[in-house]
Design a protein around this ligand. Structure first.
Ligand code: NAP
Length: 250
């Protein structure tokens, strides 16, 4: 059996490790190639875009995987939509692995935003020193906010345009509550901005913000493509991939 994993997440690496240790199972992980030194998963790896739906369809015809697992980040909407279309066109079974989103708990001061532009519009009313953890793309949404100071944390340096008052912190999770609390305090952060990425690796900032009573602007996820079976974790994917669990076609 050959499984193609669309990767770029910790769950994708966990799944690749699980599949790679199984006999008679070949696993290929596809990475977008955005990060210069990615954490490489077990098994075979290919890097770079496919060239849209047509390119992915071609890849599936050429390499003939028995199943595709879309284990990309919940905000990587284009590749997920492309995967759904390519699976539909080729008949290759597709499962989407989506870690659950974060849930507010008592003490949280969350403000839901529909996208980065909506998050930016909410900031002036909430504070002046902003901790922006939405990744290195899309910072143009914040460039009109000249009165605010941004601490931007990302794995790789963001490309311009950047907000006028902007400090870049290059770092990669997982993070601890203690570390996040120290960072929020020493940087005198007044507002945290995050995507609803879910998962434990980057959740510590939410706990730290709650402890310090800070407002958090949470950008909601784009909708998952319709008709693709969802799994919440690696074990659910493994179960669905096992012989007899054939309910994976979109
Ligand atoms: P995206 O907007 O959904 O995808 C843009 C294009 O990048 C796709 O059309 C595809 O190019 C290529 N691509 C994306 N993921 C790919 C993969 N796993 N293998 C091969 N090509 C891929 O994606 P994005 O938001 O830029 O994210 C890029 C990657 O970073 C994803 O793999 C995702 O898992 C990871 N990531 C994203 C975020 C986030 O917040 N968006 C956070 C952490 C990690 P073609 O059309 O040429 O095939």
């Amino acid at each position: 059996m050959h499984v193609l994993i669309l990767g770029g997440t910790a769950e994708a690496r966990q799944l690749a490790a699980e599949l790679d240790r199984r006999p008679r199972l070949r696993v290929t992980t596809s990475l977008a190639g955005r990060v210069a030194r990615p954490r490489l998963p077990a098994g075979e790896v290919r890097i770079g875009g496919f060239g849209g739906v047509a390119g992915l369809v071609e890849w599936l015809h050429e390499h003939r995987p028995d199943a595709v697992v879309d284990a990309t980040h919940p905000f990587a909407a284009t590749i997920s939509t492309n995967a759904a279309a390519a699976a539909q066109a080729t008949g290759v079974p597709l499962i989407a692995l989506r870690r659950p989103g974060w849930e507010a708990v008592p003490g949280d001061r969350w403000h839901a935003a529909t996208d980065l532009a909506d998050a930016a519009a909410r900031l002036p009313a909430l504070g002046r020193r902003i901790f922006l953890t939405t990744g290195r793309l899309g910072l143009a949404a914040f460039t009109d906010l000249d009165e605010l100071h941004f601490l931007v944390r990302s794995v790789e340096a963001p490309d311009p345009p950047l907000p006028r008052h902007c400090e870049i912190l290059l770092d990669r999770g997982p993070y601890t509550v203690e570390g996040e609390r120290d960072l929020l305090r020493t940087q005198a952060i007044e507002v945290l901005v995050t995507k609803d990425s879910g998962g434990p690796a980057t959740a510590a900032k939410l706990t730290a913000a709650r402890e310090l009573g800070l407002p958090v602007v949470v950008v909601r996820r784009p909708p998952a493509p319709a008709g693709v079976p969802l799994a919440q974790d690696v074990s659910e994917v493994l179960h669905r991939l096992s012989p007899g669990a054939a309910d994976t076609c979109p």
